[in-house]
Design a protein around this ligand. Structure first.
Ligand SMILES: Nc1ncnc2c1ncn2[C@@H]1O[C@H](COP(=O)(O)OP(=O)(O)OC[C@H]2O[C@@H]([n+]3cccc(C(=O)O)c3)[C@H](O)[C@@H]2O)[C@@H](O)[C@H]1O
Ligand SMILES: Nc1ncnc2c1ncn2[C@@H]1O[C@H](COP(=O)(O)OP(=O)(O)OP(=O)(O)O)[C@@H](O)[C@H]1O
Ligand SMILES: NC(=O)CC[C@H](N)C(=O)O
Length: 550
């Protein structure tokens, strides 16, 4: 019986639906680690996570079975076994499963028991729950394999331990959110404390539509000590060496990478989600309107760090309301980031619309109608550039705006993807300050500042009429964001927020704006989840809704 065990934690970035490429990656990992005993890949590593309704397509399930057979055959020559995540069709239905491939065959399959169906997760929609799992026997060792959510409560690990598991191997598709890293670690430590077993946690990395995965894989010994931790966000591996002791398996110390700091991790989440979205949807790059304001400056900086300056096309679209300050700030941003900047004045299109609408609008005062026409002219112009040259239009709205409907539908809301959708304006300011003094580890942009300080310090304005400021229409962002956080992330009532010290009329107004903007959000582009309650997958409110708490 072996007294040493070498397991490779494969923190992969699987491409959704690209089964051949994912299988090739797994084969390359096997070839790169000939002396390992086992390679542990993340949840659904062969298909991608979360697969949503893709797994309801029988052809996908058949293709996954064919690729799994190919991988199994590849384990015939001596070398490591593979633990691969796939969809498994059984008499009990379609299951989220891990297959153990060894000695040229499928040596065992274990099924996910606890299917998450809250927040961004919808697994009960597409998978059947497996029974409480038993360990899989691997070369004489009993492996307990709780799949992601199975680790979040004590039931599955207790069952595995009671039935002889010697180690816990946890494959994950655990999306990033602020504070998630500490939660996972606390849960994993609880499971090792309860079972007395070492635990290997392997999470995927990379972006998948509204979700991004930070990896953050680690190894714990039964005393709760972290013996190895992989670099956040990287598609990378770590090799864990275990020795059998009188008290069971223990990992040798390995390399331990610290998690990112708070602004750094949010920035990396935005960067990696955009990089994978743009590359995997095969866009040559992105185009965006650069106004001289903070939202477009930060969106452009993230794009430059994600894709490189040569794949980011910035366009200034001035109207007669655009200040010289904005023109200068946009030019300075583009210079600092090294991007192309074109200027397309929109006055001719505004004149054309005024002329076209004059007979119908005769005698009526100018109002938001005309303001929104400007915004829509910009959206239309940017979409024309996207159509003609191929880049995706990057949408620049932040969570404070998306919460209150402070954006023009079919105007500045046009576009394919948004990196600021789940960050409040107050966080936008902090992120800009952080980026002006730090270069993200994964960034392709410049070392120094990416925007002039004035972009961060000047009062935000949409510049759709003379002397307009955001705080003419909205409470100051520190007040607004605190109220929004209470209403959205914490689901608090107006009365509750008033009791906490907020002005009653302001909270009631914000609640009303939040509810009536639901229709806009339903038509808004996807954007990356950063906080605990992102619009779209995480927070699904009715559009037609008479409920108010004020
Ligand atoms: N429940 C519902 N279902 C379907 N449609 C609904 C609807 N409620 C209103 N609507 C429709 O929505 C339309 C009103 O929405 P919309 O046209 O967006 O216009 P609206 O929300 O009235 O105005 C846009 C606001 O965003 C501000 N803003 C801030 C920052 C940047 C920018 C920018 O553009 O650069 C704009 C701008 O100053 C203005 O206050 C109406 O025509 C109404 O029919
Ligand atoms: N003059 C302009 N030139 C180019 N794009 C513009 C211009 N004005 C607005 N936009 C685009 O529309 C988006 C909404 O801009 P607006 O300035 O109206 O509001 P904002 O939320 O303050 O954004 P920002 O901080 O980027 O200015 C901008 O982020 C930008 O992409
Ligand atoms: N894929 C899963 O089961 C993920 C659910 C789990 N609670 C997590 O976010 O880590």
């Amino acid at each position: 019986m072996t007294d040493r065990l070498t397991i490779v934690l494969a923190q992969m970035n699987p491409a959704m639906g690209d089964l051949t490429a994912n299988a090739d990656t797994i084969l390359a990992l096997r070839a790169a680690h000939p002396d390992a005993d086992l390679i542990l890949t993340p949840e659904l590593s062969l298909i991608g996570y979360p697969p949503e309704d893709l797994v309801l397509k029988p052809a996908l399930v058949q293709a996954a079975a064919a690729q799994l057979a190919r991988l199994a055959a590849a384990t015939a020559p001596p070398g490591p076994a593979l633990l691969v995540g796939t969809a498994h069709q059984a008499d009990t239905g379609l299951h989220n499963a891990m297959a153990l491939l060894d000695a040229g065959r499928i040596a065992g399959v274990t099924l996910k028991h606890d299917l998450p169906n809250y927040g961004v997760f919808d697994e009960k929609r597409v998978f059947a729950p497996g029974p409480l799992p038993f360990p899989l026997l691997f070369r004489g060792i009993q492996l307990g394999i709780p799949i992601c959510e199975d680790m979040w409560t004590p039931t599955v690990t207790a069952h595995l331990s009671a039935h002889g598991a010697e180690l816990l191997l946890v494959p994950n598709g655990s999306p990033y959110e602020i504070g998630k890293e500490a939660r996972r670690l606390a849960l994993a430590r609880a499971r090792v404390a309860e079972t007395g077993l070492p635990l290997l946690y392997v999470n995927r990395t990379g972006g998948q539509d509204e979700l991004v995965f930070d990896g953050g894989s680690f190894v714990l010994n039964p005393d709760g000590q972290t013996m190895a931790r992989l670099q956040d966000w990287d598609a990378t591996t770590a090799t864990a060496h275990f020795a059998r002791t009188a008290n069971g398996w223990r990992a040798d110390p390995g390399e331990t990478h610290a998690p990112d700091s708070d602004m750094e991790e949010i920035y990396h989440a935005m960067l990696l989600s955009l990089r994978d979205y743009v590359n995997r949807n095969r866009f040559p790059g992105v185009v965006l309107g650069l106004s001289g304001g903070i939202d477009s400056a930060l969106s452009a900086a993230v794009a430059v760090d994600a894709l490189g300056a040569d794949r980011v096309h910035c366009v200034m679209l001035p109207s007669r309301f655009t200040s010289q300050e904005s023109l200068d700030d946009a030019a300075e941003c583009a210079k600092l980031m090294g991007t192309r900047l074109d200027t397309i004045p929109i006055a001719p299109a505004m004149d054309a619309f005024n002329t076209m609408l004059a007979p119908l609008f005769a005698g009526l005062p100018a109002n938001t109608t005309e303001e929104n026409i400007q915004s829509r002219i910009r959206g239309l112009t940017l979409m024309a550039l996207s159509n003609k040259f191929g880049p995706m239009l990057l949408t620049t709205g932040n969570k404070s705006e998306m919460s209150t409907g402070y954006a023009t539908i079919y105007g500045d809301m046009a576009g394919g993807y948004s990196v600021l959708k789940d960050v409040y304006k107050t966080t936008v300011f902090r992120l800009c300050e952080w980026r002006n003094t730090h270069r993200p580890r994964l960034g392709l942009g410049p070392d120094g500042p990416v925007m002039p300080a004035r972009v961060i310090t000047k009062p935000p304005s949409a510049e759709l009429r003379d002397n307009q400021r955001d705080d003419d229409s909205l409470p100051p962002y520190e007040v607004l964001d605190a109220i929004l956080h209470g209403l959205i992330e914490e689901e608090r009532s107006v009365a509750d927020l008033v009791a906490a010290g907020h002005d009653a009329a302001t909270v009631a107004r914000v609640e009303r704006l939040l509810y009536i903007a639901e229709y806009k959000r339903r038509q808004s582009p996807p954007g990356v989840k950063i906080g605990p309650r992102t619009f779209g997958r995480d927070r699904r409110y009715p559009i037609t809704n008479a409920f108010r708490t004020s």
